[in-house]
Design a protein around this ligand. Structure first.
Ligand code: ATP
Ligand code: MG
Length: 185
């Protein structure tokens, strides 16, 4: 009987921590792993798999200006950016332009993903980062919630602005050296 109870307890624990709403996706056991990362190369690794399969009507441009190496958890940052690229491409069913711009801004770097897709209404903008909020038939609604948590674990911030029918821009800001940012509070 005891194994049965243990099984129930385990199922209960799993149910209490649905995927994507607890700790960061990676490093849940060990915490984030900060290392020196060449940001330009990381961005290329994120967008590269999408290039060969882009529908003819979708253009993808990457603009990188004078990018430093940064201290970050590259798995968390890459996963967040991948979610944002996915969203942007899914928002352009009739084609459009996704521009990924990365630049240094003081002791941070800013990565902006601007798409010319369907955009979001007021409720969408308000609820976008809410876990399980999705307007897609097959969406889990966890992409942006996970992205935000991953970016915040890296010591950064994520912002979204959108206009219905015009497009969406998501801007990720991460410190160049998180240890310095933490020391300043
Ligand atoms: N670039 C975008 N353009 C227009 N709408 C967006 C964009 N990014 C997100 N959204 C809106 O925000 C909702 C939540 O996005 P999120 O990434 O969290 O979940 P999802 O994309 O629906 O599902 P999942 O990412 O789990 O596949 C989306 O369903 C969509 O309505
Ligand atoms: Mg998504």
């Amino acid at each position: 009987m005891r194994w049965c109870w243990l099984l129930m307890l385990r199922v209960g624990l799993l149910a209490a921590t649905p995927p994507g709403t607890g700790q960061p996706e990676v490093g849940a056991q060990g915490g984030p792993r900060f290392e020196t990362v060449e940001l330009g190369a990381l961005i290329e690794r994120v967008v590269e798999p999408y290039r060969p399969t882009l529908p003819p009507g979708i253009k993808l441009e990457v603009q990188k200006e004078d990018l430093p190496s940064i201290q970050t958890d590259q798995t968390l940052l890459s996963r967040a950016l991948t979610n944002l690229v996915e969203n942007a491409l899914q928002a352009m069913p009739n084609g459009g332009l996704l521009t990924v711009t990365a630049r240094r801004a003081g002791d941070t770097v800013q990565i902006a993903l601007a798409d010319t897709g369907v955009g979001m209404d007021e409720e969408g903008v308000r609820r976008a980062f809410e876990p399980y909020f999705s307007t897609k038939t097959a969406g889990s609604g966890l992409g942006l919630a996970n992205a935000r948590r991953n970016i915040e674990t890296c010591g950064g911030q994520i912002e979204l602005s959108s206009r219905l029918g015009a497009g969406t821009t998501v801007t990720v800001t991460v410190p160049i050296d998180r240890r310095a940012a933490t020391a300043r509070g």
